[in-house]
Ligand binder design. Structure first.
Ligand SMILES: [Zn+2]
Length: 302
């Protein structure tokens, strides 16, 4: 078997103190992370495979494009590296990088992570993102950053250890804030020159060393669009494997100031009435969830 049906388990949750706002999210992430693979390797597993950093999926019209089989070699894959990730809904999951010079089975196809974000249910996208981040971490930590010796895998943890100086490296996570700035029935959205034409989104940026999450929200918004914020509210988070971010999502109230954009980061920002929004990010993104949450709240109060 190389692909299966899945059922999307979605639910909604209320934000504490505001029963009118619901955000669709995955109910429970039924995943138990692990480092040591099960002893039997004859059992079918989910294979989250990458060829030259791009996800390899089952081709054709299948509902779940994540490959599911027992042995990669039997399917015709030549694997360079593999990592056991853990159990998803009780089934083993592996991340694997494929040999770019080897033959490639015809029933599979090479896709793109951004496409997968739109096509896969959130839980599967989370697994694919985890796999990509583990493979990337492995590739970028082959040698010790302090003394240059080849690193070893830690026997029990997801870590790489230097045998000479003992330096330990864990998979990298880069926390980011993402914020919807609101002013009653208007929202402030900006666009990066990298966006597709017409698309506007919430404001986002990395948290600096030594900074609190809340300080990062105030600073990023001030830097990018020049306005000052009042009350902040944390809403939800989303792992964002481009390449190793964790997005922490806020809804913020506008306090004062006129829009003055930072040309280095964004090319435009405007206030938009919620009934006349431009093209915004698709369902499945945290940016969209923040926008939808604010609109739901306003409509519930009307
Ligand atoms: Zn070292």
């Amino acid at each position: 078997m190389i692909g299966r049906d899945y059922s999307l388990v979605a639910s909604s949750f209320s934000i504490p103190g505001d029963r009118n706002c619901t955000v669709t999210h995955m109910a429970q992430f039924d995943f138990i992370p692990g480092v040591r693979a099960p002893t039997s390797n004859d059992t079918p597993a989910n294979w989250l495979m990458f060829l030259n950093d791009k996800p390899v999926i089952v081709g054709g019209d299948v509902k779940n494009p994540i490959p599911y089989f027992d042995k990669p070699s039997r399917m015709g894959f030549t694997i360079q590296n593999r990592f056991y990730l853990g159990l998803f809904r009780g089934e083993a999951c592996y991340a694997a990088s494929l040999d770019p010079l080897a033959d490639f089975p015809m029933e599979f196809t090479v896709s793109d992570m951004k496409l997968m974000l739109a096509q896969l249910p959130g839980e599967w996208f989370q697994l694919l993102g985890l796999a990509q981040q583990i493979l990337s971490w492995d590739r970028h930590h082959r040698y010790c950053g302090a003394c240059g010796a080849p690193t070893h895998f830690h026997p029990a943890d997801r870590a790489k250890v230097c045998p000479d100086c003992g330096l330990t490296n864990y998979p990298r996570l880069s926390p980011c804030i993402i914020t919807l700035v609101t002013h009653e029935d208007k929202v402030l959205l900006g666009r990066s020159p990298k966006f597709i034409p017409g698309l506007y989104s919430t404001l986002a940026g990395y948290i600096e060393p030594g900074e609190t999450v809340e300080q990062a929200v105030h600073r990023e918004v001030k830097e990018e669009v020049g306005v000052e914020l009042g009350k902040l509210e944390y809403v939800k988070s989303q792992p964002w494997p481009f390449p190793h971010s964790l997005m922490l999502g806020f809804i913020a109230e506008y306090h004062q100031g006129d829009i003055c954009i930072d040309d280095d980061e964004i090319e435009d920002a405007q206030w938009w009435h919620i009934d006349e929004l431009p093209l915004i990010p698709p369902q499945g993104t945290i940016s969209r969830a923040l926008i939808d949450c604010h609109i739901e709240r306003l409509k519930a109060r009307a």
